[in-house]
Design a binder for this molecule. Structure first.
Ligand code: ZN
Length: 322
């Protein structure tokens, strides 16, 4: 009543005995939630819901009530744009090559698949073609890579097939490789290999339009990957691996200068790249806690796909259960 008293000179009553402030209906506090719900019918965004109300009704704390409703609307949460990602951290990578690696698979247009393993220290990639994403096909290809580079200590994969299979888990255990599975439906957590896979897929698409065989695309991709300095490490993966500069079609005189980068400089470069990426995507620290439930993108709120946060592993990785 006090708020109405302040604007009493603007108040009037229409022929239906409804209280108006100017041309807008004055809503009693008992009905404000219902009116906000009506304005949000059709799940329009925050701005549209507010402007829908502002032209027709008036009541105290209208904007705050709309913001509260839209932020808590499960349908909007499940189908809208995700909130700002958590900032990425600079991980001081292993100081030796082929200690920690990342593994991912991709699909080819002919029904076959690619499997890529990247060493974290060198950013050196190995690519294999496999007919099916089953453990019995994947394991021999991993063995082939390990036969060339030696046994690694840790491998990161997403949760897609075949990396969640028991057979593969047992295989990693049997040879003493720690298997780190990354957050479900969050490919950014496996960023290096995901990004490299995108480049490989692009090279494959270009090669297939030029009617060249698939293996040509893969060897061509690997050759260029090994002779080109990585943007985060500043070192060509092939140089560190082979202990000599890998010749390419552009003989660059600064090659040796580029290669003489120590691990500290690599860490500094990586920190700069990550800071830039965090700024670009407006990263914001997450306020999620263990025990919170989060909706799964593009799933109906009343479906079984609500995720329960059970463990937080650093800023980028969370463990969730359905
Ligand atoms: Zn909504």
């Amino acid at each position: 009543m006090e708020s109405l008293n302040q604007v009493r000179h603007e108040l009037s009553v229409n022929p239906h005995w409804c209280l108006l402030r100017g041309h807008r209906l004055v809503i009693p506090s008992s009905l404000t939630d219902q009116v906000v719900q009506l304005a949000h019918n059709g799940h329009q965004g925050m701005v549209k819901t507010k402007s829908n109300l502002q032209t027709k009704v008036g009541f105290p704390l209208m904007d705050e009530k709309v913001e509260e409703l839209v932020h808590s609307c499960e349908w909007c949460q499940a189908s809208g744009e995700p909130s700002n990602p958590a900032p990425a951290e600079t991980e001081f990578g292993p100081h030796k090559p082929w200690v920690s690696a990342s593994l991912d698979s991709g699909s080819l247009h002919n029904g076959r698949h690619t499997m890529m393993m990247i060493d974290y220290h060198l950013k050196y990639s190995e690519v294999e073609i496999i007919s099916t994403l089953t453990a019995d096909r994947v394991i021999p290809k991993i063995e082939k890579i390990l036969a060339i580079h030696g046994l690694i200590s840790e491998i990161k994969t997403d949760n897609g097939p075949p990396f969640q299979s028991n057979e593969l888990v047992c295989y990693f255990e049997s040879i003493g490789i720690k298997h780190r599975k990354l957050t479900l439906w969050w490919p950014q957590a496996n960023g290096e290999v995901e990004h490299m896979m995108q480049t490989l897929n692009k090279v494959i698409r270009i090669t297939s339009t030029c009617a060249r065989p698939l293996v040509y695309a893969i060897y061509s991709f690997q050759r260029r990957n090994r002779q080109t300095p990585d943007s985060t490490t500043g070192r060509a993966p092939g140089y560190v691996s082979l202990g000599r500069a890998v010749a390419d079609s552009i003989r660059h005189h600064c090659q040796w200068q580029l290669e003489n980068i120590d691990d500290f400089q690599v860490h500094q470069r990586r920190t700069c790249v990550i800071r830039r990426a965090n700024r670009r995507c407006c990263a914001k620290a997450s306020n999620l806690n263990v025990g919170d439930t989060v909706p799964l993108k593009d799933q109906f709120p009343d479906s079984k796909f609500q995720l329960l946060l059970t463990r937080v592993l650093g800023l980028l990785c969370v463990v969730v259960s359905l």
